[in-house]
Design a protein around this ligand. Structure first.
Ligand SMILES: Nc1ncnc2c1ncn2[C@@H]1O[C@H](COP(=O)(O)OP(=O)(O)O)[C@@H](O)[C@H]1O
Ligand SMILES: [Mg+2]
Length: 384
C-alpha cells in the first residue's frame, strides 16, 4: 500500500487515528483527531500522547508502554475498551479506544483508534432512565392496585360482617350447650362416659368449624401481595365456601356448589380469586333479594371451557341485568343500588385481566345473570 493511499485513508476515517512511537510521542494525527481533541496535527506531533488523557492515566501511560515493551504482555492492544479522553480545553469525554502494534518497525510503533462515545453513552443513559421510569410507573400501578384491592376487601368484609358474626356465633352456642351437657354427664352417678365422649367430640368439631371461618377471614384481610402459584380453582372455591354460606344464610338463599371433578391448574393469587368470587356472590345475593316468591338460588360452578380455559361461574335466579347498565356495569362507580359502590365488577374484571383471563357475563338458565371468570390453564411456558 502506497503512503499516499494510506494518508488518504487516514484523513477519510471518521475515527480519530493517532500513531505513536515507543516513547509515546505522536507521529501522526488525522483530521478526525484534530476535530475530536481540538489540537492541530502540528501541535500534537512530537508531544507525548498522554496529553490527550486525564490526570491519572496521563502519569501511568509511559509505564504501560514500557511494560509492554519489556514483557510483551498486552492489556489494551488488540482489544477495544472504554476510556476517558481529554480535549485541549481540559474537558473530558468517554471514548472507545483500540490500539494495534504496527508490525515491522523497529523501534515499534502503535496506532490508536479513538471514537467519541458521548452520544452513545447519553443514549444509553436516556434508555436506562426511560426504563427506570417505566419500572417506577409499573410499581406505582401495582401498589395502587394492591391498595384498592385491600380497601375493597375490607368493604366486602363490612358487608358480610352480620352473616359472619352469626356464623361464628353458631359454633360458640353449640360449644356452650355441649359443655353444659358434659357437666351433666360427668355429674351423673355413675358418670356417663359414652355420652361425655360424644359431647367432647362435638365440641372439637364445632371449634374446628369456627377456627376455619376465622382462618379464612384472616386470609382475606391480609393485604400483602402474594406470589402466584399453580392452583386448583376447586380448592379456592372450597376454602371460600364457609364465608359464602355465612353470607347466603343471612340472605335466606340456597347455594349449590357444582364442582368439576378435575380441573387443570391455573396460575393465580388465591386471595384475589377469592375476592372476585365473593364480589360475584354478593352481587348474586343482592340480585335474588328481588324474588318475591322467596325461592332464591345461586349456583357456583367450575368447569373446563371448550377452548380449554378454566371457568368459575356464579349464576343466580334474580331479575337479570338491568338493560340501562348492561354496557357500563364493569366501569367503576356504576351501580343500580341505592348504597352501591359500583366497584365490585370493576375490581373483579381487573383481577381477571391481571391473571391473563377475562370476566364474562351471560344470561343464566333461570332468567337471572351468570358471571364467569375464564383463566388460561397453567403451563410450563406461563409458569409465574
Ligand atoms: N348478578 C347480577 N344480577 C343483576 N345485576 C347485576 C348482577 N351483578 C351486577 N349487576 C349489576 O351491575 C352493577 C354493578 O355491580 P358492582 O360493580 O358489583 O357494584 P354494586 O354491587 O356496588 O352496584 C350492579 O349495580 C347491578 O346493576
Ligand atoms: Mg357489587
Amino acid at each position: 500500500m502506497g503512503s499516499q493511499y494510506a494518508l488518504a485513508l487516514l484523513e477519510a476515517a471518521t475515527d480519530a487515528v493517532i500513531v505513536i512511537d515507543h516513547r509515546g510521542l505522536v507521529e501522526t494525527a488525522n483530521a478526525a483527531a484534530e476535530r475530536l481533541f481540538g489540537y492541530s496535527s502540528a501541535e500534537l506531533v512530537g508531544r507525548n500522547v498522554s496529553l490527550l488523557m486525564p490526570a491519572g492515566d496521563r502519569e501511568r501511560h509511559d509505564g504501560y508502554i514500557a511494560r509492554y515493551l519489556e514483557t510483551g504482555v498486552t492489556h489494551v492492544i488488540g482489544r477495544g475498551r472504554e476510556v476517558e479522553a481529554r480535549r485541549r480545553d481540559g474537558s473530558c469525554f468517554p471514548a472507545g479506544l483500540s490500539v494495534g502494534r504496527i508490525t515491522g518497525t523497529d523501534p515499534p510503533r502503535f496506532v490508536g483508534f479513538i471514537r467519541d462515545l458521548t452520544e452513545y453513552r447519553q443514549a444509553l443513559l436516556a434508555l436506562q432512565a426511560d426504563r427506570d421510569r417505566a419500572r417506577e410507573r409499573e410499581a406505582d400501578a401495582h401498589r395502587s392496585q394492591a391498595r384498592l384491592l385491600a380497601v375493597s376487601r375490607m368493604a366486602t368484609m363490612g358487608e358480610m360482617a352480620a352473616g359472619i358474626a352469626h356464623e361464628i356465633n353458631q359454633p360458640l352456642t353449640a360449644i356452650s350447650n355441649y359443655a353444659h351437657a358434659c357437666q351433666r354427664f360427668a355429674a351423673s352417678q355413675p358418670p356417663n362416659m359414652e355420652d361425655l365422649q360424644d359431647c367432647m367430640n362435638e365440641i372439637a368439631n364445632e371449634t374446628q368449624r369456627a377456627a376455619e371461618i376465622i382462618r379464612e377471614l384472616r386470609n382475606l384481610v391480609r393485604s400483602r401481595m402474594e406470589e402466584r402459584w399453580a392452583r386448583d380453582l376447586n380448592d379456592i372455591v372450597r376454602q371460600t365456601r364457609p364465608l359464602i354460606l355465612a353470607d347466603a344464610r343471612t340472605h335466606q338463599t340456597n347455594v349449590h356448589f357444582d364442582i368439576s371433578a378435575e380441573l387443570p391448574l391455573v396460575a393465580v393469587e388465591a386471595v384475589q380469586i377469592q375476592q372476585l368470587l365473593l364480589n360475584l356472590t354478593r352481587n348474586a345475593l343482592e340480585a335474588v333479594e328481588a324474588r318475591a316468591d322467596g325461592n332464591r338460588e345461586i349456583r357456583i360452578a367450575t368447569s373446563v371451557a371448550v377452548d380449554g380455559d378454566v371457568e368459575l361461574s356464579v349464576m343466580d335466579n334474580g331479575p337479570g341485568i338491568d338493560p340501562t347498565v348492561e354496557q357500563e356495569m364493569f366501569e367503576p362507580f356504576v351501580s343500580t343500588k341505592p348504597a352501591g359502590t359500583g366497584l365490585g365488577l370493576a375490581i373483579s374484571r381487573t383481577i381477571a385481566q391481571s391473571h391473563g383471563g377475562q370476566l364474562l357475563v351471560r344470561p343464566g338458565d333461570s332468567g337471572g345473570a351468570c358471571f364467569a371468570l375464564r383463566l388460561p390453564r397453567h403451563s410450563e411456558a406461563t409458569r409465574p
